[in-house]
Design a protein around this ligand. Structure first.
Ligand SMILES: Nc1nc2c(ncn2[C@@H]2O[C@H](COP(=O)(O)OP(=O)(O)O)[C@@H](O)[C@H]2O)c(=O)[nH]1
Ligand SMILES: [Mg+2]
Length: 362
């Protein structure tokens, strides 16, 4: 197995971490006041010390929709950026029931035994509707939930994907700055969430189960194209042979696609998350991928691209939030929507009249 050297890891950080040290260094946990009254420096120090209480508080802060909290969160993120970048970020997608959480639990436990700390977050656009999946995930990650070297954080969606994206990226950075060397981001294969998650991780894997006949059941082709690795799970007992067939099918299918990165041809393996078999091979693929992309410089350029897209998604997010809150826009919105739906006004004209009313202020 290739171990990521610390020099290579620090190559990925965007700035000199010594410049991020803050003037005030209060002892974490000694502040009695409410979370809202803390300064960014206090959060920063707590995170640097990997204090779970402070990590939790910081996550609550970045997930907050209050403008005051958002300003503080932005400052915190600014200070955290130089501390981040060292973790191996792994995205995990697949249909509900494929075994993603079970696999993260098994793989996470394995890498903790190698001396690493593991963070897990979930981006689940359906949880605002179903409300129950978060609890489900926790019960499926029994080993990690009890492990002091693991931090599991289900990410609330704030009702829309944009909000989930923003918070998830920031939570990832908090965990990374707190010294979590391996971070898993789980997402269900719904809507655009896979693409969003693929754009915040280094390695994106698709978890499949050997399907009856149609190997592409429930999986959109676009998701396969995003994958750096396809793992066929539940490959045990009666399923073992079918899993091998499915793996062979995907090996061929992936050869026909243009790889996302020049230095990595997507790989395929089988495993049983339940029996904990095939995990070494899977981890080997993750490390190999990391090694190749570091060597070629593609990991750095990939992350640079992600940072720029993160910026644009925040711009879009804030513009849309401001637009929805704008009084002038609100005064014409319902009427305009009705005009368009009744065919009395063209969509371009309606868009223009909404934007005319919009007065953007930060
Ligand atoms: N037989 C078998 N069942 C598994 C395996 N991995 C997960 N499961 C089961 O599949 C169900 C869904 O697992 P879960 O991890 O919650 O799937 P997720 O929705 O993709 O996160 C649970 O009942 C698991 O126990 C496996 O390797 N073999
Ligand atoms: Mg799950």
């Amino acid at each position: 197995m290739t171990e990521l050297s610390s020099a290579a890891a620090s190559e990925l950080t965007t700035a000199d971490s010594s410049s991020s040290a803050t003037a005030s260094r209060p002892a974490p946990g000694t502040q009695a006041a409410s979370a809202g009254s803390h300064g960014a420096a206090e959060y920063l120090e707590g995170i640097r010390q990997s204090d779970r209480t402070w990590i939790g508080k910081a996550i609550t802060l970045v997930e907050s929709t209050k403008p005051k909290d958002q300003a503080k969160a932005a400052e915190l993120i600014d200070r955290l950026l130089p501390l981040g970048g060292g973790a191996c970020r792994i995205g995990v997608t697949g249909v509900p029931g494929a075994g993603k959480s079970t696999l993260i639990d098994a793989l996470g436990s394995m890498v903790i035994q190698q001396g690493k700390k593991v963070g897990v977050l979930a981006v689940d656009p359906s949880s605002s509707v179903s409300g129950g999946s978060i609890l489900g995930d926790k019960t499926r990650m029994n080993s990690l939930a009890q492990n002091p070297n693991a931090f599991i954080r289900p990410s609330p969606t704030l009702g829309k994907l944009g909000g989930a994206t923003r918070a998830a990226r920031e939570v990832l950075l908090i965990l990374e700055a707190a010294g979590y060397g391996v971070i898993f981001v789980e997402t269900v294969g719904v809507g655009q969430s896979e693409a969003v998650v693929a754009d915040m991780v280094d390695f994106f894997m698709l978890v499949l189960i050997p399907g009856a006949g149609d190997e592409l059941q429930g999986i959109k082709r676009g998701v396969v194209e995003l994958a750096d690795h396809v793992v066929v799970n539940k490959a045990e007992g009666d399923n073992a042979a079918r899993s091998k067939q499915a793996a062979a099918y995907y090996r061929n299918a992936l050869k026909l696609l243009t790889p996302q990165t020049q230095s990595w041809q997507p790989s395929v393996s089988t495993c049983s998350a339940l029996r904990r078999t095939g995990l070494e091979e899977l981890w080997e693929a993750i490390e190999q991928h990391r090694h190749q992309l570091l060597e070629s410089g593609e990991l750095q350029s990939k992350r640079r691209g992600q940072q720029v897209r993160w910026m644009w998604s925040m711009v879009e997010d804030r513009l849309m939030t401001a637009l929805r809150q704008d009084k002038g826009v609100a005064s014409v919105l319902d009427w305009t929507v009705r005009q368009v739906s009744e065919g009395k006004m063209s969509p371009p004209k309606a868009a223009a009249s909404i934007l005319e009313k919009f007065e953007f202020k930060l």
